[in-house]
Design a protein around this ligand. Structure first.
Ligand code: S3P
Length: 428
């Protein structure tokens, strides 16, 4: 068991790791383009290395330096059949997006992942890709990894309606559509993160987006580009939550991605009275800026509807703030959380209850009551989930030896230096 020493507050300036979603996409599109692309400031973590290794297997030449990747490729028309199974490790983004990239290819690909990923649904991408003519088979009735993406020469454009509120599903369809001659339209009622649409245009694909409909005119060669990866808002969220959970805190997060399709958490927190200011320093192709957060007790309240899709990875942080708000925090319309790296609703509920907190679980969310009493000695499990693990560490900093953590192994999925930053900013 691991324990942490209590701290009073967090103060100082932090640069969070680079954005995971954008790094995956930058590697993918660089490999799909014909020429040499440069990815500056990429996230180097277990998840993004899974994507990088996959494209090495299909023929992209990737030089990995400490602060950039140089990716040389003949483009998607020249990918070759991988000689081995593609291991997506813990990365849902790798598995779902690569299903889209490889679906139109004239070769056979097999993808698998770790035990957590093998429990996560793949039918959500197999179904829409099948509507475009893909042939993908998977375990458990074409629902789970491992999946086989069969050679396909018959894919055709179509109009697809989103059935799952998921940027991964949308991205899989758009990445397939970019390779299919003709016009594919993807319609989503609830907007999800739009990094793929933004980046595809930068790599020379013909993409436009209007009123929830994304149109791709596919089949053309993609052109190389240079992209800069901003800090990951979803990693920043843990420090935003920390500043609001520990009295006296004040932190500044520098050069962080502030794409509005990702920052629902800020909107919700400001609505709960949090003292947060943002300053955009660069707008294109992705908004980037600084975030200043000063401790202020959140009022709590109920969060539901479309905004939840724009803060899906931040829900565990918001749930944690329920413990330290003046009123309960209730989160609904978040059923997607049950199929993340872990069932995050169940994981959060179990861990908070282990400390003695009051939590009610719903099929699509949870309600967390302010925790005023003394914590009992409880075991906080990581459930193989990096985001649950970071919440546990913050609770460890709050409750000291009363919070026993089973492990911190999953951190290297998205935030390998998390503990070092916690130590650098903590005030004892
Ligand atoms: C991601 C989309 C989200 C998010 C995940 C990364 C992406 O998943 O939870 O961490 O990079 O597109 P869904 O698309 O399943 O909502």
């Amino acid at each position: 068991m691991i324990t942490f020493e209590q701290c009073r507050s967090f103060k100082g300036e932090i640069t969070v790791p680079s954005d995971k979603s954008i790094t995956h996409r930058a590697i993918i599109m660089s490999a799909m383009a014909n020429g040499v692309s440069v990815v500056r400031n990429p996230l180097i973590s277990r998840d993004t290395m899974a994507t990088l290794d996959a494209f090495r297997l299909v023929g992209a030449d990737i030089v990995k330096e400490s602060d950039r990747f140089l990716i040389s490729s003949g483009g998607w028309k020249t990918f070759k059949e991988p000689r081995d199974v593609i291991d997506c490790l813990n990365s849902g983004t790798t598995a779902r997006l690569l299903a889209g990239v490889f679906a139109p290819q004239p070769f056979y690909t097999v993808m698998t992942g770790d035990n957590s990923l093998k429990r996560r649904p793949m039918d959500r991408v197999i179904k829409p890709l099948s509507k475009l003519g893909a042939e993908i088979r998977g375990r458990a009735g074409d629902t789970l990894l491992p999946v086989s993406v069969l050679p396909s020469s018959r894919m055709a454009p179509a109009g697809i309606m989103a059935e799952t509120k998921s940027a991964q599903v949308k991205s899989a369809v758009l990445l397939a559509a970019a390779q299919i001659e003709g016009i594919t339209e993807y319609s989503e009622k609830t907007p999800t993160r739009d990094h793929t649409e933004r980046m595809l245009s930068g790599f020379g694909a013909d993409v436009s987006s209007r009123d929830g409909v994304i149109t791709v005119s596919g089949g053309r060669e993609m052109t190389p580009a240079e992209c800069f990866v901003p800090g990951d808002f979803s990693s920043a969220a843990f420090f935003i939550a920390a500043a609001l959970a520990f009295e006296g805190s004040e932190i500044i997060i520098k050069n962080c991605g502030l794409n509005p399709s990702r920052t629902g958490f800020l909107t919700v927190l400001k609505g709960m009275g949090a003292d947060i200011e943002t300053e955009i320093t660069r707008a294109d192709p992705e908004p980037i800026g600084d975030i200043r957060v000063k401790y202020s007790e959140c009022s709590g309240g109920r969060v539901s509807g479309d905004i939840v899709a724009n803060m899906i990875d931040e829900v565990p942080s918001l749930a944690m703030l329920g413990l330290f708000s003046s009123n309960p925090v209730e989160i609904r319309d978040a059923a997607e959380l049950r199929v993340k790296e872990s069932d995050r609703i169940a994981a959060v509920a179990e861990n908070f209850r282990a400390l003695g907190a009051e939590v009610e679980e719903y099929p699509d969310g949870l309600k967390v009551w302010p925790f005023k009493g003394d914590a009992c000695k409880g075991i906080l499990k990581s459930f193989d989930d990096h985001r649950i693990c970071m919440i546990n560490i913050l609770l460890g900093k709050k409750f000291g030896v009363k919070a026993l953590l089973d492990n911190v192994d999953p951190l290297d999925v998205s935030f390998p230096d998390f503990i070092s930053w916690v130590m650098a900013l903590e005030q004892k």
